[in-house]
Design a protein around this ligand. Structure first.
Ligand code: F6P
Length: 592
Protein backbone atom coordinates (compact mmCIF):
# COMPACT_ATOMS: atom_id res chain seq x y z
CA UNK A 1 0.00 0.00 0.00
CA UNK A 2 1.29 3.51 -0.83
CA UNK A 3 1.76 6.19 1.87
CA UNK A 4 -1.26 7.96 0.46
CA UNK A 5 -3.34 4.76 0.75
CA UNK A 6 -2.19 4.19 4.35
CA UNK A 7 -3.09 7.75 5.31
CA UNK A 8 -6.55 7.37 3.74
CA UNK A 9 -7.10 4.11 5.65
CA UNK A 10 -6.19 5.80 8.96
CA UNK A 11 -8.53 8.67 8.22
CA UNK A 12 -11.35 6.23 7.55
CA UNK A 13 -10.64 4.21 10.74
CA UNK A 14 -10.52 7.35 12.87
CA UNK A 15 -13.68 8.73 11.29
CA UNK A 16 -15.62 5.53 11.88
CA UNK A 17 -14.32 5.37 15.47
CA UNK A 18 -15.45 8.94 16.03
CA UNK A 19 -18.89 8.19 14.61
CA UNK A 20 -19.26 5.11 16.85
CA UNK A 21 -18.32 7.11 19.95
CA UNK A 22 -20.81 9.78 18.91
CA UNK A 23 -23.53 7.15 18.43
CA UNK A 24 -22.82 5.63 21.87
CA UNK A 25 -22.93 9.06 23.52
CA UNK A 26 -26.17 9.91 21.76
CA UNK A 27 -27.77 6.64 22.76
CA UNK A 28 -26.69 7.09 26.41
CA UNK A 29 -28.15 10.56 26.48
CA UNK A 30 -31.38 9.30 24.87
CA UNK A 31 -31.66 6.51 27.44
CA UNK A 32 -31.07 9.00 30.22
CA UNK A 33 -33.73 11.36 29.03
CA UNK A 34 -36.10 8.40 28.56
CA UNK A 35 -35.46 7.11 32.04
CA UNK A 36 -35.97 10.64 33.35
CA UNK A 37 -39.44 10.70 31.88
CA UNK A 38 -40.45 7.29 33.23
CA UNK A 39 -38.47 7.01 36.48
CA UNK A 40 -40.68 6.85 39.57
CA UNK A 41 -40.78 9.98 41.65
CA UNK A 42 -39.79 9.70 45.31
CA UNK A 43 -42.29 7.67 47.27
CA UNK A 44 -43.70 5.70 44.34
CA UNK A 45 -43.74 2.02 45.06
CA UNK A 46 -42.22 -0.93 43.27
CA UNK A 47 -45.57 -1.97 41.84
CA UNK A 48 -45.81 1.34 40.06
CA UNK A 49 -42.38 0.98 38.46
CA UNK A 50 -43.21 -2.58 37.45
CA UNK A 51 -46.44 -1.35 35.90
CA UNK A 52 -44.53 1.19 33.88
CA UNK A 53 -42.14 -1.51 32.73
CA UNK A 54 -45.08 -3.54 31.53
CA UNK A 55 -46.54 -0.57 29.73
CA UNK A 56 -43.18 0.14 28.07
CA UNK A 57 -42.83 -3.45 26.95
CA UNK A 58 -46.37 -3.31 25.76
CA UNK A 59 -45.89 -0.13 23.78
CA UNK A 60 -42.69 -1.48 22.32
CA UNK A 61 -44.25 -4.68 21.06
CA UNK A 62 -47.80 -3.55 20.47
CA UNK A 63 -48.77 -6.80 22.18
CA UNK A 64 -50.25 -7.80 25.48
CA UNK A 65 -47.82 -7.14 28.30
CA UNK A 66 -45.96 -9.70 30.28
CA UNK A 67 -48.03 -8.69 33.22
CA UNK A 68 -46.55 -11.41 35.39
CA UNK A 69 -43.94 -8.81 36.38
CA UNK A 70 -46.49 -7.08 38.51
CA UNK A 71 -48.08 -7.98 41.83
CA UNK A 72 -51.60 -7.08 40.86
CA UNK A 73 -53.61 -5.41 43.59
CA UNK A 74 -56.15 -2.60 43.99
CA UNK A 75 -53.15 -0.26 44.32
CA UNK A 76 -51.83 -1.31 40.91
CA UNK A 77 -55.17 -0.40 39.34
CA UNK A 78 -55.27 2.94 41.11
CA UNK A 79 -51.71 3.66 39.89
CA UNK A 80 -52.58 2.82 36.29
CA UNK A 81 -55.58 5.11 36.47
CA UNK A 82 -53.68 7.94 38.13
CA UNK A 83 -50.55 7.74 35.96
CA UNK A 84 -51.78 6.56 32.60
CA UNK A 85 -55.42 7.54 32.45
CA UNK A 86 -55.49 10.69 34.56
CA UNK A 87 -58.92 12.19 35.24
CA UNK A 88 -60.64 9.18 33.68
CA UNK A 89 -63.94 8.33 35.29
CA UNK A 90 -64.68 4.59 35.41
CA UNK A 91 -68.29 3.64 34.72
CA UNK A 92 -69.31 -0.03 34.94
CA UNK A 93 -72.54 -1.16 33.26
CA UNK A 94 -74.11 -4.54 33.93
CA UNK A 95 -77.57 -5.96 34.15
CA UNK A 96 -77.06 -7.55 37.56
CA UNK A 97 -76.40 -5.15 40.41
CA UNK A 98 -73.75 -5.89 43.03
CA UNK A 99 -76.07 -5.22 45.98
CA UNK A 100 -79.78 -6.04 45.99
CA UNK A 101 -82.12 -4.71 48.67
CA UNK A 102 -85.15 -6.91 49.37
CA UNK A 103 -88.10 -6.44 51.67
CA UNK A 104 -88.25 -9.12 54.38
CA UNK A 105 -90.65 -9.62 57.28
CA UNK A 106 -88.21 -8.07 59.70
CA UNK A 107 -87.05 -5.18 57.49
CA UNK A 108 -84.75 -4.81 54.48
CA UNK A 109 -82.32 -7.59 53.57
CA UNK A 110 -79.12 -6.95 51.64
CA UNK A 111 -78.22 -9.63 49.13
CA UNK A 112 -75.06 -10.09 47.06
CA UNK A 113 -76.19 -12.09 44.00
CA UNK A 114 -74.68 -15.41 42.92
CA UNK A 115 -72.79 -14.04 39.94
CA UNK A 116 -69.26 -14.48 38.72
CA UNK A 117 -69.56 -11.11 37.05
CA UNK A 118 -70.40 -9.40 40.32
CA UNK A 119 -67.68 -11.12 42.33
CA UNK A 120 -65.11 -10.10 39.69
CA UNK A 121 -66.24 -6.51 39.08
CA UNK A 122 -66.99 -5.55 42.66
CA UNK A 123 -63.39 -5.32 43.94
CA UNK A 124 -62.42 -3.49 40.73
CA UNK A 125 -65.12 -0.84 41.08
CA UNK A 126 -64.19 -0.43 44.74
CA UNK A 127 -60.55 0.09 43.78
CA UNK A 128 -61.43 2.66 41.10
CA UNK A 129 -64.12 4.46 43.15
CA UNK A 130 -66.23 4.26 40.02
CA UNK A 131 -69.92 4.41 39.20
CA UNK A 132 -71.80 1.16 38.61
CA UNK A 133 -75.00 1.36 36.56
CA UNK A 134 -77.30 -1.67 36.85
CA UNK A 135 -80.90 -2.79 36.86
CA UNK A 136 -82.52 -2.30 40.26
CA UNK A 137 -84.40 -5.57 40.64
CA UNK A 138 -84.74 -5.84 44.43
CA UNK A 139 -88.10 -5.33 46.11
CA UNK A 140 -86.60 -2.65 48.39
CA UNK A 141 -84.26 -1.12 45.81
CA UNK A 142 -86.41 1.96 45.28
CA UNK A 143 -86.63 2.52 49.02
CA UNK A 144 -82.88 2.60 49.50
CA UNK A 145 -81.76 5.07 46.78
CA UNK A 146 -81.47 8.85 47.01
CA UNK A 147 -83.47 11.26 44.85
CA UNK A 148 -81.09 10.55 41.92
CA UNK A 149 -81.59 6.79 42.16
CA UNK A 150 -78.11 6.40 43.60
CA UNK A 151 -76.88 4.50 46.62
CA UNK A 152 -73.35 4.41 48.03
CA UNK A 153 -71.93 0.90 48.39
CA UNK A 154 -70.66 -1.39 49.91
CA UNK A 155 -73.10 -0.41 52.67
CA UNK A 156 -70.63 -1.07 55.50
CA UNK A 157 -67.78 0.85 53.84
CA UNK A 158 -69.05 2.99 50.93
CA UNK A 159 -66.47 3.41 48.20
CA UNK A 160 -68.43 3.73 44.96
CA UNK A 161 -71.80 4.76 43.59
CA UNK A 162 -74.45 2.31 42.44
CA UNK A 163 -76.89 3.97 40.03
CA UNK A 164 -80.02 1.91 39.65
CA UNK A 165 -82.02 1.70 36.43
CA UNK A 166 -85.71 0.80 36.66
CA UNK A 167 -87.31 -1.53 34.13
CA UNK A 168 -90.99 -2.21 33.55
CA UNK A 169 -92.22 -5.81 33.65
CA UNK A 170 -92.47 -5.81 29.86
CA UNK A 171 -88.93 -4.50 29.46
CA UNK A 172 -87.58 -7.09 31.89
CA UNK A 173 -89.50 -9.86 30.17
CA UNK A 174 -88.43 -8.95 26.63
CA UNK A 175 -84.87 -7.74 27.18
CA UNK A 176 -83.61 -9.94 30.05
CA UNK A 177 -85.69 -13.11 30.05
CA UNK A 178 -86.44 -13.01 26.34
CA UNK A 179 -83.67 -11.85 24.02
CA UNK A 180 -80.76 -12.16 26.48
CA UNK A 181 -81.67 -15.44 28.18
CA UNK A 182 -83.86 -17.32 25.74
CA UNK A 183 -82.01 -16.04 22.67
CA UNK A 184 -78.35 -15.16 23.19
CA UNK A 185 -77.66 -17.42 26.19
CA UNK A 186 -78.50 -20.74 24.48
CA UNK A 187 -77.08 -19.43 21.19
CA UNK A 188 -73.66 -18.85 22.74
CA UNK A 189 -73.49 -22.00 24.88
CA UNK A 190 -73.25 -25.41 23.31
CA UNK A 191 -75.76 -27.05 25.64
CA UNK A 192 -78.23 -28.17 22.98
CA UNK A 193 -81.04 -25.92 24.18
CA UNK A 194 -82.72 -24.28 21.22
CA UNK A 195 -82.51 -20.47 21.20
CA UNK A 196 -85.78 -18.58 20.88
CA UNK A 197 -85.83 -15.30 18.97
CA UNK A 198 -88.90 -13.07 19.06
CA UNK A 199 -89.19 -9.68 17.36
CA UNK A 200 -90.90 -8.23 20.45
CA UNK A 201 -87.96 -9.33 22.65
CA UNK A 202 -85.52 -7.71 20.25
CA UNK A 203 -87.45 -4.42 20.41
CA UNK A 204 -87.39 -4.51 24.20
CA UNK A 205 -83.66 -5.34 24.15
CA UNK A 206 -82.96 -2.37 21.91
CA UNK A 207 -85.09 -0.03 24.04
CA UNK A 208 -83.42 -1.13 27.27
CA UNK A 209 -79.94 -0.79 25.77
CA UNK A 210 -80.92 2.78 24.84
CA UNK A 211 -82.14 3.44 28.34
CA UNK A 212 -78.75 2.36 29.72
CA UNK A 213 -76.97 4.53 27.13
CA UNK A 214 -78.95 7.54 28.41
CA UNK A 215 -77.85 6.66 31.89
CA UNK A 216 -74.17 6.40 30.93
CA UNK A 217 -74.33 9.82 29.28
CA UNK A 218 -76.10 11.25 32.32
CA UNK A 219 -73.50 9.82 34.71
CA UNK A 220 -70.44 10.79 32.63
CA UNK A 221 -68.65 13.77 34.17
CA UNK A 222 -66.82 14.59 30.94
CA UNK A 223 -66.53 13.47 27.31
CA UNK A 224 -63.85 10.86 27.98
CA UNK A 225 -65.01 8.33 30.54
CA UNK A 226 -63.86 4.73 30.57
CA UNK A 227 -67.00 2.65 30.27
CA UNK A 228 -66.78 -1.04 31.16
CA UNK A 229 -69.79 -2.67 29.47
CA UNK A 230 -70.53 -6.14 30.82
CA UNK A 231 -71.98 -9.10 29.02
CA UNK A 232 -74.54 -10.26 26.51
CA UNK A 233 -77.32 -8.06 27.91
CA UNK A 234 -75.72 -5.06 26.21
CA UNK A 235 -74.61 -5.92 22.69
CA UNK A 236 -76.10 -2.70 21.29
CA UNK A 237 -74.94 -0.39 24.06
CA UNK A 238 -71.32 0.24 22.89
CA UNK A 239 -72.50 1.71 19.57
CA UNK A 240 -75.15 3.82 21.33
CA UNK A 241 -72.56 5.23 23.73
CA UNK A 242 -70.04 5.79 20.92
CA UNK A 243 -72.56 7.92 19.00
CA UNK A 244 -73.02 10.22 21.96
CA UNK A 245 -69.58 10.12 23.59
CA UNK A 246 -67.17 9.64 20.66
CA UNK A 247 -64.13 10.19 22.89
CA UNK A 248 -65.07 7.57 25.46
CA UNK A 249 -62.98 4.44 25.90
CA UNK A 250 -65.53 1.64 25.78
CA UNK A 251 -64.32 -1.75 26.97
CA UNK A 252 -66.90 -4.47 26.48
CA UNK A 253 -66.43 -7.80 28.16
CA UNK A 254 -68.45 -10.77 26.89
CA UNK A 255 -68.64 -13.13 29.88
CA UNK A 256 -70.00 -16.13 28.00
CA UNK A 257 -68.61 -18.11 25.05
CA UNK A 258 -68.94 -16.81 21.48
CA UNK A 259 -70.18 -19.47 19.04
CA UNK A 260 -68.72 -20.23 15.65
CA UNK A 261 -70.01 -18.09 12.80
CA UNK A 262 -72.37 -20.77 11.54
CA UNK A 263 -74.16 -21.03 14.86
CA UNK A 264 -74.09 -17.26 15.27
CA UNK A 265 -75.79 -16.87 11.89
CA UNK A 266 -78.99 -18.26 13.49
CA UNK A 267 -79.55 -14.90 15.19
CA UNK A 268 -81.96 -12.91 13.02
CA UNK A 269 -80.28 -9.64 14.10
CA UNK A 270 -76.72 -10.86 13.78
CA UNK A 271 -75.42 -7.83 11.84
CA UNK A 272 -76.97 -5.44 14.35
CA UNK A 273 -75.45 -7.33 17.26
CA UNK A 274 -71.99 -7.21 15.68
CA UNK A 275 -72.36 -3.57 14.68
CA UNK A 276 -73.42 -2.69 18.21
CA UNK A 277 -70.44 -4.44 19.77
CA UNK A 278 -68.02 -2.83 17.34
CA UNK A 279 -68.86 0.52 18.88
CA UNK A 280 -66.39 -0.64 21.58
CA UNK A 281 -62.75 0.36 21.72
CA UNK A 282 -61.89 -3.08 23.05
CA UNK A 283 -63.92 -6.31 23.17
CA UNK A 284 -62.73 -8.93 25.62
CA UNK A 285 -63.39 -12.65 25.85
CA UNK A 286 -62.16 -15.23 28.34
CA UNK A 287 -60.33 -17.31 25.74
CA UNK A 288 -58.56 -16.72 22.45
CA UNK A 289 -60.83 -19.32 20.91
CA UNK A 290 -63.95 -17.22 21.61
CA UNK A 291 -62.16 -14.06 20.46
CA UNK A 292 -61.36 -15.85 17.18
CA UNK A 293 -64.97 -16.98 16.80
CA UNK A 294 -66.10 -13.38 17.18
CA UNK A 295 -63.62 -12.14 14.60
CA UNK A 296 -64.75 -14.87 12.18
CA UNK A 297 -68.39 -13.79 12.65
CA UNK A 298 -67.51 -10.18 11.86
CA UNK A 299 -65.48 -11.28 8.85
CA UNK A 300 -68.42 -13.26 7.56
CA UNK A 301 -71.26 -10.81 8.13
CA UNK A 302 -69.86 -7.27 8.02
CA UNK A 303 -67.87 -5.24 5.51
CA UNK A 304 -64.76 -4.89 7.61
CA UNK A 305 -61.03 -5.28 7.59
CA UNK A 306 -59.51 -7.83 9.94
CA UNK A 307 -56.06 -6.85 11.20
CA UNK A 308 -55.03 -10.27 12.46
CA UNK A 309 -51.50 -9.27 13.45
CA UNK A 310 -52.89 -6.48 15.64
CA UNK A 311 -55.89 -8.48 16.88
CA UNK A 312 -58.03 -5.64 15.61
CA UNK A 313 -61.07 -5.08 13.41
CA UNK A 314 -61.46 -1.94 11.30
CA UNK A 315 -65.10 -1.24 10.66
CA UNK A 316 -67.01 1.90 9.75
CA UNK A 317 -63.95 4.11 10.07
CA UNK A 318 -62.91 2.95 13.56
CA UNK A 319 -60.88 0.14 14.99
CA UNK A 320 -61.78 -2.25 17.79
CA UNK A 321 -59.24 -4.45 19.55
CA UNK A 322 -60.44 -8.02 20.11
CA UNK A 323 -58.47 -9.69 22.89
CA UNK A 324 -58.61 -12.56 25.36
CA UNK A 325 -58.52 -11.47 29.00
CA UNK A 326 -59.13 -14.47 31.28
CA UNK A 327 -61.26 -13.24 34.17
CA UNK A 328 -60.41 -14.17 37.71
CA UNK A 329 -61.17 -13.52 41.36
CA UNK A 330 -59.91 -11.29 44.11
CA UNK A 331 -56.65 -12.58 45.61
CA UNK A 332 -56.25 -12.74 48.50
CA UNK A 333 -59.99 -13.16 48.99
CA UNK A 334 -60.94 -10.62 51.65
CA UNK A 335 -63.56 -12.82 53.23
CA UNK A 336 -61.12 -15.68 53.90
CA UNK A 337 -59.92 -13.77 56.94
CA UNK A 338 -63.43 -13.99 58.41
CA UNK A 339 -63.64 -17.77 58.06
CA UNK A 340 -62.77 -20.38 60.66
CA UNK A 341 -59.95 -22.88 60.02
CA UNK A 342 -60.65 -25.71 57.57
CA UNK A 343 -61.23 -28.32 60.29
CA UNK A 344 -63.85 -26.14 61.92
CA UNK A 345 -65.55 -25.48 58.57
CA UNK A 346 -65.67 -29.24 57.96
CA UNK A 347 -67.19 -29.92 61.35
CA UNK A 348 -69.77 -27.14 61.01
CA UNK A 349 -70.94 -28.23 57.58
CA UNK A 350 -71.18 -31.88 58.58
CA UNK A 351 -73.27 -30.91 61.54
CA UNK A 352 -75.54 -28.71 59.40
CA UNK A 353 -76.31 -31.56 56.99
CA UNK A 354 -76.11 -34.41 59.49
CA UNK A 355 -73.13 -36.09 57.78
CA UNK A 356 -70.84 -38.46 59.63
CA UNK A 357 -67.20 -37.41 60.01
CA UNK A 358 -65.78 -40.17 57.80
CA UNK A 359 -68.01 -39.60 54.79
CA UNK A 360 -66.30 -38.00 51.75
CA UNK A 361 -67.98 -34.74 50.80
CA UNK A 362 -68.28 -33.78 47.17
CA UNK A 363 -69.78 -30.34 46.36
CA UNK A 364 -71.18 -28.41 43.41
CA UNK A 365 -71.99 -24.69 43.76
CA UNK A 366 -73.68 -22.60 41.07
CA UNK A 367 -76.81 -20.99 39.72
CA UNK A 368 -79.34 -23.64 38.73
CA UNK A 369 -78.54 -23.48 35.03
CA UNK A 370 -78.67 -26.10 32.27
CA UNK A 371 -75.18 -25.14 31.10
CA UNK A 372 -73.60 -26.23 34.40
CA UNK A 373 -73.88 -30.01 33.92
CA UNK A 374 -75.61 -30.66 37.27
CA UNK A 375 -77.54 -33.69 36.02
CA UNK A 376 -74.33 -35.04 34.54
CA UNK A 377 -72.80 -35.09 38.02
CA UNK A 378 -75.73 -37.14 39.23
CA UNK A 379 -75.14 -39.55 36.33
CA UNK A 380 -71.48 -39.88 37.31
CA UNK A 381 -72.41 -40.64 40.92
CA UNK A 382 -74.97 -43.20 39.75
CA UNK A 383 -72.30 -44.80 37.59
CA UNK A 384 -69.80 -44.84 40.47
CA UNK A 385 -72.26 -46.65 42.74
CA UNK A 386 -73.07 -49.16 40.00
CA UNK A 387 -69.41 -49.94 39.28
CA UNK A 388 -68.11 -49.57 42.84
CA UNK A 389 -70.93 -50.34 45.27
CA UNK A 390 -68.40 -50.32 48.10
CA UNK A 391 -68.64 -46.50 47.96
CA UNK A 392 -72.37 -46.47 48.77
CA UNK A 393 -72.66 -44.96 52.24
CA UNK A 394 -69.18 -43.42 52.08
CA UNK A 395 -69.72 -40.42 49.82
CA UNK A 396 -72.26 -37.60 49.81
CA UNK A 397 -72.81 -35.13 47.02
CA UNK A 398 -73.97 -31.68 48.15
CA UNK A 399 -75.40 -29.51 45.38
CA UNK A 400 -75.92 -25.83 46.17
CA UNK A 401 -78.07 -24.39 43.38
CA UNK A 402 -78.96 -20.71 43.55
CA UNK A 403 -82.37 -20.11 41.93
CA UNK A 404 -81.93 -18.43 38.57
CA UNK A 405 -84.22 -17.24 35.74
CA UNK A 406 -86.86 -19.44 37.35
CA UNK A 407 -89.79 -18.29 35.23
CA UNK A 408 -88.29 -19.63 32.01
CA UNK A 409 -89.49 -23.11 30.95
CA UNK A 410 -85.95 -24.48 30.42
CA UNK A 411 -84.99 -23.56 33.98
CA UNK A 412 -88.21 -24.89 35.53
CA UNK A 413 -87.68 -28.13 33.71
CA UNK A 414 -84.09 -28.38 34.96
CA UNK A 415 -85.19 -27.68 38.52
CA UNK A 416 -87.80 -30.44 38.40
CA UNK A 417 -85.45 -32.88 36.72
CA UNK A 418 -82.70 -32.26 39.30
CA UNK A 419 -85.08 -32.85 42.21
CA UNK A 420 -86.47 -35.96 40.54
CA UNK A 421 -83.05 -37.48 39.89
CA UNK A 422 -81.74 -36.58 43.37
CA UNK A 423 -84.76 -38.30 44.96
CA UNK A 424 -84.31 -41.31 42.73
CA UNK A 425 -80.64 -41.67 43.75
CA UNK A 426 -81.53 -41.24 47.41
CA UNK A 427 -84.17 -43.93 47.16
CA UNK A 428 -81.95 -46.30 45.25
CA UNK A 429 -78.76 -45.93 47.29
CA UNK A 430 -79.91 -44.34 50.57
CA UNK A 431 -80.30 -46.36 53.78
CA UNK A 432 -80.51 -45.83 57.55
CA UNK A 433 -80.63 -42.05 57.28
CA UNK A 434 -77.85 -41.98 54.64
CA UNK A 435 -78.72 -39.94 51.54
CA UNK A 436 -76.07 -39.75 48.81
CA UNK A 437 -77.46 -36.51 47.33
CA UNK A 438 -78.31 -33.35 49.23
CA UNK A 439 -79.72 -30.66 46.99
CA UNK A 440 -80.19 -27.16 48.39
CA UNK A 441 -81.88 -24.92 45.83
CA UNK A 442 -81.31 -21.71 47.83
CA UNK A 443 -79.19 -18.61 47.62
CA UNK A 444 -76.01 -18.73 49.75
CA UNK A 445 -73.83 -15.76 50.67
CA UNK A 446 -70.21 -15.67 49.43
CA UNK A 447 -69.06 -16.37 52.97
CA UNK A 448 -71.28 -19.45 53.24
CA UNK A 449 -70.06 -20.61 49.83
CA UNK A 450 -66.41 -20.27 50.85
CA UNK A 451 -67.12 -22.23 53.99
CA UNK A 452 -68.59 -25.02 51.87
CA UNK A 453 -65.49 -25.03 49.66
CA UNK A 454 -63.31 -25.35 52.75
CA UNK A 455 -65.37 -28.21 54.09
CA UNK A 456 -65.30 -30.22 50.86
CA UNK A 457 -63.08 -33.13 49.83
CA UNK A 458 -63.96 -32.69 46.16
CA UNK A 459 -65.43 -29.81 44.14
CA UNK A 460 -67.17 -30.68 40.87
CA UNK A 461 -67.27 -28.06 38.11
CA UNK A 462 -68.73 -29.96 35.20
CA UNK A 463 -70.12 -27.25 32.91
CA UNK A 464 -71.27 -28.38 29.49
CA UNK A 465 -69.95 -25.04 28.25
CA UNK A 466 -68.70 -22.05 30.20
CA UNK A 467 -66.80 -18.87 29.37
CA UNK A 468 -64.51 -19.19 32.40
CA UNK A 469 -66.26 -20.50 35.56
CA UNK A 470 -65.11 -18.73 38.68
CA UNK A 471 -66.31 -21.46 41.07
CA UNK A 472 -63.21 -23.43 40.06
CA UNK A 473 -60.95 -20.51 40.97
CA UNK A 474 -62.85 -19.74 44.18
CA UNK A 475 -62.47 -23.33 45.36
CA UNK A 476 -58.73 -23.12 44.81
CA UNK A 477 -58.55 -19.76 46.59
CA UNK A 478 -60.50 -21.10 49.56
CA UNK A 479 -58.08 -24.00 50.13
CA UNK A 480 -55.20 -22.40 51.98
CA UNK A 481 -54.65 -25.85 53.53
CA UNK A 482 -53.62 -27.03 49.99
CA UNK A 483 -56.07 -29.93 50.23
CA UNK A 484 -59.15 -30.83 48.20
CA UNK A 485 -59.58 -32.10 44.65
CA UNK A 486 -61.02 -30.12 41.75
CA UNK A 487 -62.86 -31.96 38.97
CA UNK A 488 -63.06 -29.55 36.08
CA UNK A 489 -64.85 -29.70 32.75
CA UNK A 490 -62.70 -29.41 29.69
CA UNK A 491 -65.45 -27.14 28.29
CA UNK A 492 -64.95 -24.45 30.94
CA UNK A 493 -62.45 -21.68 30.14
CA UNK A 494 -60.84 -22.31 33.57
CA UNK A 495 -59.50 -25.65 32.31
CA UNK A 496 -57.04 -23.67 30.14
CA UNK A 497 -55.38 -22.33 33.29
CA UNK A 498 -55.98 -24.88 36.07
CA UNK A 499 -54.08 -27.68 34.43
CA UNK A 500 -53.54 -29.65 37.66
CA UNK A 501 -57.27 -30.16 38.13
CA UNK A 502 -58.73 -33.54 37.14
CA UNK A 503 -60.08 -32.61 33.72
CA UNK A 504 -63.31 -34.34 32.68
CA UNK A 505 -65.76 -34.56 29.82
CA UNK A 506 -69.17 -34.09 31.47
CA UNK A 507 -70.91 -35.92 28.63
CA UNK A 508 -68.99 -39.11 29.50
CA UNK A 509 -70.54 -40.43 32.74
CA UNK A 510 -68.35 -43.56 32.78
CA UNK A 511 -65.17 -41.51 32.52
CA UNK A 512 -66.41 -39.04 35.13
CA UNK A 513 -67.15 -41.87 37.57
CA UNK A 514 -63.58 -43.15 37.14
CA UNK A 515 -62.17 -39.70 37.76
CA UNK A 516 -64.45 -39.35 40.77
CA UNK A 517 -62.96 -42.55 42.12
CA UNK A 518 -59.48 -41.16 41.50
CA UNK A 519 -60.46 -38.04 43.45
CA UNK A 520 -61.96 -40.03 46.32
CA UNK A 521 -58.80 -42.06 46.73
CA UNK A 522 -56.22 -39.33 46.10
CA UNK A 523 -53.50 -39.09 48.76
CA UNK A 524 -53.05 -35.83 50.71
CA UNK A 525 -49.59 -35.46 49.13
CA UNK A 526 -50.96 -35.61 45.59
CA UNK A 527 -53.75 -33.20 46.53
CA UNK A 528 -51.10 -30.77 47.75
CA UNK A 529 -48.97 -31.23 44.62
CA UNK A 530 -51.95 -30.35 42.46
CA UNK A 531 -53.44 -27.63 44.63
CA UNK A 532 -50.23 -25.65 45.15
CA UNK A 533 -49.56 -24.73 41.48
CA UNK A 534 -53.22 -23.97 40.92
CA UNK A 535 -53.16 -21.55 43.83
CA UNK A 536 -50.08 -19.89 42.35
CA UNK A 537 -51.83 -19.48 39.01
CA UNK A 538 -54.90 -17.88 40.56
CA UNK A 539 -52.74 -15.68 42.80
CA UNK A 540 -50.63 -14.39 39.87
CA UNK A 541 -53.59 -14.03 37.53
CA UNK A 542 -56.06 -12.42 39.88
CA UNK A 543 -58.94 -10.15 38.93
CA UNK A 544 -56.79 -7.04 39.32
CA UNK A 545 -54.57 -8.33 36.54
CA UNK A 546 -57.66 -8.97 34.41
CA UNK A 547 -58.87 -5.39 34.82
CA UNK A 548 -55.34 -3.95 34.78
CA UNK A 549 -54.55 -5.53 31.40
CA UNK A 550 -57.66 -3.97 29.92
CA UNK A 551 -56.89 -0.59 31.45
CA UNK A 552 -53.32 -0.73 30.11
CA UNK A 553 -54.74 -1.49 26.67
CA UNK A 554 -57.14 1.41 27.12
CA UNK A 555 -54.24 3.70 28.08
CA UNK A 556 -52.37 2.68 24.95
CA UNK A 557 -55.41 3.38 22.79
CA UNK A 558 -55.94 6.75 24.38
CA UNK A 559 -52.29 7.68 23.88
CA UNK A 560 -52.40 6.59 20.25
CA UNK A 561 -55.63 8.47 19.71
CA UNK A 562 -54.21 11.64 21.26
CA UNK A 563 -51.02 11.30 19.27
CA UNK A 564 -52.98 10.72 16.11
CA UNK A 565 -55.15 13.76 16.74
CA UNK A 566 -52.08 15.90 17.41
CA UNK A 567 -50.32 14.73 14.23
CA UNK A 568 -53.37 15.00 12.05
CA UNK A 569 -53.91 18.60 13.16
CA UNK A 570 -50.34 19.33 12.11
CA UNK A 571 -50.46 17.37 8.87
CA UNK A 572 -53.98 17.56 7.56
CA UNK A 573 -56.56 20.31 7.33
CA UNK A 574 -59.85 19.06 8.80
CA UNK A 575 -61.77 15.78 9.16
CA UNK A 576 -59.64 13.65 11.46
CA UNK A 577 -61.96 10.70 10.85
CA UNK A 578 -60.86 7.57 12.60
CA UNK A 579 -57.91 7.71 14.88
CA UNK A 580 -56.45 4.25 14.75
CA UNK A 581 -57.45 3.21 11.26
CA UNK A 582 -55.53 6.09 9.81
CA UNK A 583 -52.59 5.28 12.06
CA UNK A 584 -52.52 1.80 10.58
CA UNK A 585 -52.75 3.29 7.11
CA UNK A 586 -49.88 5.64 7.78
CA UNK A 587 -47.75 2.83 9.20
CA UNK A 588 -48.43 0.88 6.04
CA UNK A 589 -47.44 3.78 3.81
CA UNK A 590 -44.19 4.15 5.73
CA UNK A 591 -43.52 0.43 5.38
CA UNK A 592 -44.18 0.31 1.64
O1 F6P B 1 -72.22 -16.31 33.10
C1 F6P B 1 -72.74 -15.15 32.53
C2 F6P B 1 -73.36 -14.32 33.59
O2 F6P B 1 -73.78 -13.06 33.15
C3 F6P B 1 -72.32 -14.13 34.65
O3 F6P B 1 -71.47 -13.17 34.28
C4 F6P B 1 -73.16 -14.05 35.84
O4 F6P B 1 -72.52 -14.63 36.88
C5 F6P B 1 -74.42 -14.80 35.52
O5 F6P B 1 -74.47 -14.93 34.14
C6 F6P B 1 -75.59 -14.12 36.15
O6 F6P B 1 -76.80 -14.51 35.71
P1 F6P B 1 -78.10 -13.72 36.08
O7 F6P B 1 -77.70 -12.30 36.27
O8 F6P B 1 -79.02 -13.93 34.94
O9 F6P B 1 -78.61 -14.31 37.35
Amino acid sequence: MTDYGMALLWVLILASLGLSILAVLLSISRQRSHSLTVAPTAGEDVASEATRKVLREFEKNGQSPDAALVNWSPDTLRKILADDLPDAQVIVVSNREPYIHNIKDDGVELLVPASGLVSALEPITRACSGTWIAYGGGTADRLTVDSNDRVQVPPDNPSYTLRRVWLSDDEYQGYYLGFANEGLWPLCHIAFTRPVFRASDWEAYEAVNRKFADMVVAEARNERPIVLVQDYHFALLPRMIRERLPEAIIITFWHIPWPNSEVFSICPWRERVLDGLLGSSIIGFHTQFHANNFTESVDRFLESRIERADAAISYGGRTTLVHAYPISIEWPAELLAKLPPVEESRARLRERFGLSADVKLCVGVERLDYTKGILDRFHALDELFTRHPEWIGKVVFLQIAAPSRGTLPAYQQLHDECLRYANELNQRYGHDGYKPVVMVAEHHSQQQVYEIYRAADICMVTSLHDGMNLVAKEFVAARDDEQGVLLLSTFAGASRELLEALIVNPYDAAMMSQVLLQALTMSPDEQRERMRPMREIVRDNNVFRWAGSMLLDAARLRKRGDLERATSVAERPANTGSNIVSLFDRMRKVAS
